[in-house]
Design a protein around this ligand. Structure first.
Ligand code: ADP
Ligand code: MG
Length: 282
């Protein structure tokens, strides 16, 4: 029981506090449900200038968020529309973006990276079982439940998520440049394997603090991705175990049909036998 009333307006029940984040169409702010004193995060969207297509996308995001209930996914509680403003009320996640945590720490130990990617894979595996492709997995859309070490990870932002078709399908050119898979860049029909590619990019970043594919010139970066050109540079990769490199290679496999699935990645020794593998690490 949240005590949030669907039949009462947003502004009668909530007080708006500070900004938490910003996206292309939305602003996310902390809000307090005044009668219970409970804090939430409200994704606030001005729908006035949105095209019919963008409105449809917004409905799709709401529908998909409502389908998903998982410990590693940000939970949507309610949606309010007041005039031209739409409020999506989510659990407040207070630890900030994984992005900022990587920047602050520079990189993760293998043990921490293994635990982090396991939680991400858990959420991705669940989405895939529910017939959802997220399409925008990246550290800005992964939130930490608190600032404490060992905080859990929550997947957020289903703004680009789609429901899967039975066969591979061209769902459109969508995502964030550095995380796009070769098949999306080639504008081929694709499937949930695109999320595993993005997980491979995230895991690589977690371990060294910089991305596998990068160039100031975006078209050159897209060439690197399409050719599957990434390296484990010396000296920073020298002390990293072969186990995790094999897992990254499984995720950054060019052929989406040969790419590791979320379920397979979860049974990979570097994840499953974390304590054993960790004892072999530097
Ligand atoms: P967009 O689709 O515009 O990218 P997001 O859903 O990614 O919007 O939200 C933008 C940012 O707001 C996130 O990157 C994050 O920093 C913050 N944010 C989103 N949801 C929450 C939440 N439930 N709790 C705390 N911060 C959040
Ligand atoms: Mg986002």
């Amino acid at each position: 029981m949240t005590g949030i009333k669907e039949d009462k307006a947003f502004s009668e029940q909530f007080e708006v506090k500070e900004d938490l984040g910003k996206g292309a169409f939305s602003i996310v702010r902390k809000v307090v449900h005044t009668s219970s004193g409970v804090d939430y995060a409200a994704k606030i969207i001005n729908t006035k200038r949105l095209s019919a297509r963008d409105l449809q996308k917004l409905e799709r995001e709401v529908k998909i968020c409502r389908m998903l209930q998982h410990n590693n996914i940000v939970r949507l509680h309610n949606v309010f529309q007041e005039g031209h403003v739409r409020y999506m009320i989510f659990d407040l996640i207070t630890g900030g973006e994984l992005f900022d945590d990587i920047v602050a720490r520079e990189f993760y130990s293998e043990k921490d990276a293994s635990s982090c990617i396991q939680q991400i894979l858990d959420s991705v595996s669940y989405c895939h079982k529910m017939g959802i492709i997220h399409r925008d997995i990246k550290p800005e859309n992964l939130l930490l439940s608190s600032k404490k070490p060992g905080a859990s990870v929550k997947l957020a932002d289903f703004g680009l998520a789609v429901e899967t078709e039975k066969k591979k399908h061209y769902y459109g050119f969508a995502g964030t440049p550095g995380y796009l898979s070769p098949e999306v860049l080639r504008k081929e029909p694709y499937d949930k394997a695109v999320d595993l590619w993005a997980c491979g990019v995230v895991l690589y970043i977690l371990l060294v603090g910089y991305p596998p594919f990068w160039d100031d010139d975006q078209s050159k970066m897209f060439e690197q991705i399409k050719q599957g050109r990434y390296e484990y540079l010396s000296p920073e990769w020298d002390s990293v175990t072969d186990e995790v490199k094999k897992l990254i290679d499984g995720m950054l496999t060019m052929d989406p049909d040969k790419r590791i699935t979320a379920e397979q990645a979860l049974s990979h020794p570097w994840i499953k036998n974390r304590d054993k593998v960790a004892s072999m690490m530097h």
